[in-house]
Design a protein around this ligand. Sequence first.
Ligand code: ADP
Ligand code: MG
Ligand code: MG
Length: 909
Amino acid sequence: MEMQQEIKKRVYKFGNKTTDGNSTMKNLLGGKGANLAEMSAIGIPVPPGFTITTEVCTEYNLLGKDKIISLLKNEVEAAVAQVEDIMGAKFGSNENPCLLSVRSGARVSMPGMMDTVLNLGMNDNSVQGLIAKTGNERFAWDSYRRFVQMFGGVVLGVGAKSKEDHDPFEEIITKAKKDKGVELDTDLDVADLKQMVADFKAACTAQTGEPFPEDPWDQLWGSITAVFDSWMNPRAIYYRNMHGYPEEWGTAVNVQAMVYGNMGDNSGTGVAFTRDAATGENIFNGEYLINAQGEDVVAGVRTPQQITLEGSKRWAVLAGVSEEERKNNYPSLEELMPAIYKELNETQDKLEKHYNDMQDLEFTIQEGKLWMLQTRNGKRTAAAMVRIAMELLEDGRIDEKKALLMQEPAKLDELLHPVFDGEAIKAAKVLAKGLPASPGAATGQIVFFADEADKYPVSILVRVETSPEDLEGMNIAKGILTARGGMTSHAAVVARGMGKCCVSGAGAIQINYKTRVMTIEGNKYQEGDWISLNGSTGEVYEGKIGTKDAELSGYFGSVMTLADKYRKLGVRTNAETERECKVAVEFGAEGIGLCRTEHMFFEGERLVRMREMILAEDEAGRREALDKLLPIQRKDFKDVFAAMAGLPVTVRLLDPPLHEFVPHEEENQKEMAAEMGISVEAIKQKVEDLHEFNPMLGHRGCRLGITYPEITEMQARAIIEAALELKAEGIKTFPEIMIPLIGTVKEFKLQEEIVRAVAAEVFAEKGDKIDYLVGTMIEIPRACLTADKIAEVAEFFSFGTNDLTQMGFGYSRDDAGKFLPIYIEKGILKADPFQVLDQEGIGQLVEMGTTKGRSTNAKLKVGICGEHGGEPSSVEFCHRVGMDYVSCSPFRVPIARLAAAQAAIKEQA
Ligand code: ADP
Ligand code: MG
Ligand code: MG
């Protein structure tokens, strides 16, 4: 063990001398580290540095700080020496200091991780060295104060003590500016900055009780271990859980020589995208700031400027800035630094062609020289995702398979959701205009704090700006509105990633967190007031505005057509109303995989008849009630079959425990008593009799049809009659009658006999017939174990993975909410097994059921109809198991189509 620890490579260098890694090593080096290595290797100017691997993060959690430092010491010292060598400067030197940045970087980009620490290595001595080296005193002190602020906040955890409190560093800066009567950080002079460093350090000591660390190596090890610690902070864990990323991945740490965007007016920093991340338009775009460092651009402190002239002009229109003012105060980089712009434009083009995907870039200009600090596949909205993929395909840059694989099926959901109703929006009053940061429409009640986003059923989170702590609240809110920040602000980037409507940088709004009031041009809006946002235009509206459904043509349509070309799995829907059927067919459903007949009995006259049937004294009474239900049920089936004309429809016979239908309230009991001409007491008695200790494992599913065969008879008759009536009208139907909750083959046989007998009877009566199937839902573990026997008689299987998961795990679906979140938090389960199929365990039952079933019935049709049928990883599993189709809710049909295509492509590869 000791030996292995010694020889393992933990540090990968990059820079123009040695580059150990490349872009394929994301799992080991994290996304940022792998791409820094790749850029360095293809000759793009990247400040030299090194990456400590993600594996060390796992070791760190096991072995602790001291042990890890001793294991890393030699390699890190050697790597720092290479950086010093390339930069011609020395880490910790008082004459010619080499400063470093420490950056986190997991294999996928992850908000919630530690923020970057810049200018590491600064202290009272090296600040003098930096002055001597650059002759720029202001720059040196500005760098120093930034370092103390970042290290203090990020590594030492110094910050606001409560949410109403202010950050001590911000307070010091605000006070310094106020005392001096200036507005911008850049207006502070050397003396101000010196004082600020002293005040910042004092603020740190006041909170930590320790002196601020002066030794550069202490600073470095402190920052490295803080990155590892941040992997386990609650924000990072929340984000991981939200996306199902496992804890084992760990984060890498990137340490890199500093380049300075804050050296004066020929320096700056910025963020850019090779295509528009909101719309997908193929246009280079981004924002920058002169004489700025690090995240100034995204922090919303100053108004960032646009990189391209075209972008700058578009921005001015949106921001209501005249061309005159734009040119003078907010010129584009293209206008201001044409040579740097040209190089940046060539670099973005080179990077996009290298990666063949839209890139999100970070760069810094130091005294007229361009440095690239990061590239990654850019986060994008669903609209941008489909457009970019299809345009890269059109341009012949990628093939069809890549175009499908590069899309995230679950994200398509964003495209399927409502936009504002055209009429309602015309009448709406525009309160303010911000930037169209993440498209879509949202309406909701104002909340000002992320941790209160669940205060109303639908809320809009209104903030000056957002930060990684707000992640959870941003996810809950319907939309996000910020007063500050550009298109690359935290709010904008995170919202796009979540597919959440966001308007950022609406400068006209003022927010008072203490009084919980937003003021726009003198008008006040309280917490709880309704507002609406249009994330595609940046408009903020007063009040609640109606929405309407999305358009499903264009790029989205092409993606679906392409997906259909590759997928092998059929995609059906779970639906029982005409409206659901219509939506599902529009989304491309090829039939119904699950029509839950009980949903047809829950209202109006149906419910009364249903209750009459359940409460009846004997079979005769039940038959009387069922006779009244028959025409109602037949009509329901006709509607569904007609909506799905020409497509198969799997109808499940009555499934839930009967007590779900009976009246529990006195008033309803009286009503039923009057209806049936019996006493209220008799009704009460019957309701009590129906009580079960474990209804989910009780008198339900085929057990109902076995004890009351007349129910099965009525349902079978309604189905067959509906199909025959439609046939007479020239409409084709393919009913598949599904017996639920089969655990033994004998149960199936008894029910099947009834269905076939009724069908024969109806055929004889009508003198006509149709094709139909009789099959079963496989949802009891015993059915999987005996699937070969069941398949000898059943014509199809449909895996009901909700119940199968419930019974396989022994978790009651209705009670799991109490412990499942804790199971996920503690890492006992990676995901909620009711959402993501547990392939390891329940998956074995599904696979066994399929294999055994087909062993005795080669023609057996197999599908899935649980929630999992629309979840991408589960769809992939269904493909691998060799199912014929998946079935999911209408809005998930497009997701399933794409996921099924990806599964087929991955299998070929
Ligand atoms: P994030 O993961 O949040 O994007 P980064 O590690 O990319 O954090 O750092 C944020 C910003 O800090 C970068 O965009 C860049 O502007 C600045 N930065 C990081 N490292 C350096 C460096 N070596 N020199 C100059 N600026 C840097
Ligand atoms: Mg950051
Ligand atoms: Mg970055």
